[in-house]
Design a protein around this ligand. Structure first.
Ligand code: MBD
Ligand code: FE
Length: 299
């Protein structure tokens, strides 16, 4: 069955491009690309033209997610599959596809109302080496595993699971977390390639469409540099350094300039063939700054 192959790109609505440049590049190590368009700038993480577009429209939230399919045949197949399920899919114009630097583009919404795009054929500028915004020991883990993962707002988790299964993702609830109020949180994680999860949801109501984006470094020391500079700049840390039970990644979560979280990580294990669930993380991930939708007992 046709399915998406990776979470390929994100569009973010932001209000302060300079603050984003300083955070994503100075702290995170991304490359800033300004092509003089005025209302937007790009963040590069590898040889793709970009992985993130920053739209300076003041939204301070997720603008859209881009899911990749292999090529034109798979693109037509997945559009057909979604249409048969009565999901409204708009095939974008050539001009709109060019704007995203892809060959083919379709636009739809997930059940949470999150603007979702399906594309094939990203522009890869392999003549231009990736040039990190601050010295890096290694690189971002992207390639076949895509940009990283994110947690999205979904009011109806069952509907979200059905939708992402239709896109070709697999997964399950991976944690049962006992909350202080006696309830049990049961977040749902889904994958479409070797990355242990590309999308997750089910952590309760959220103010924004997105809770966090996770990015993975190939070298532990780059996570250390990011952590040092977050602490140096006194950026809010919502979850302290710790190791997740599901992907066993060492990560921490800090606020980005739009007031939602970036999870910087290293050492994630690959998706396995069978599902497991956990009651807590391995260590760390203590709660620190509150109000970012991560006030959950993981540690
Ligand atoms: C993750 O990446 C995550 O964000 C949470 C909340 C739990 C496990 C892995
Ligand atoms: Fe995460």
């Amino acid at each position: 069955m046709v399915g998406v192959t990776e979470l390929g790109y994100l569009g973010l609505s932001v209000s302060d491009l300079d603050a984003w440049k300083s955070f994503a590049c100075g702290v995170g190590g991304m490359e800033y690309v300004d092509e003089g368009e005025g209302d937007r700038a790009y963040l590069r993480m590898d040889k793709w033209h970009h992985r993130i577009t920053l739209h300076a429209d003041g939204g301070d939230d997720l603008a859209y997610l881009g899911w990749r399919v292999a090529g034109p045949v798979e693109f037509d197949e997945i559009v057909e599959k979604l249409t048969v399920q009565n999901i409204e899919v708009e095939i974008a114009s050539d001009e709109a596809a060019r704007e995203r630097r892809v060959l083919g583009l379709a636009k739809l919404k997930d059940p949470g109302g999150n603007p979702t795009e399906i594309f094939f054929g990203p522009q890869v500028d392999n003549y231009r080496p990736f040039h990190p915004g601050r010295p890096m020991f290694g690189r971002f883990v992207t390639g076949a595993e895509g940009i990283g993962h994110c947690i999205l707002r979904q009011d109806d988790v069952a509907a979200a699971v059905r939708f992402y299964q239709l896109l070709g993702l697999r997964g399950s609830v991976e944690y049962h977390l006992a909350l202080p109020n006696g309830e049990v949180a049961a977040p749902y994680f889904m994958h479409c390639n070797d990355r242990q999860h590309s999308v997750a949801f089910g952590l309760g109501p959220m103010d924004k469409r997105i809770n966090h984006l996770m990015l993975e470094y190939s070298e532990l020391d780059d996570l250390g540099l990011a952590h040092d500079s977050v602490r140096e700049r006194e950026i809010d840390v919502a979850l302290q350094l710790g190791k997740h039970a599901n992907d066993e990644a060492l990560t921490f979560y800090c606020a980005n300039p739009s007031g939602w979280l970036w999870e910087f990580g290293w050492g994630a294990k690959k998706a396995g063939p069978q599902q497991e669930h956990y009651l807590r993380d391995l260590f760390g991930h203590g709660n620190e700054a509150e109000g970012y939708g991560m006030d959950i007992p993981l540690g």
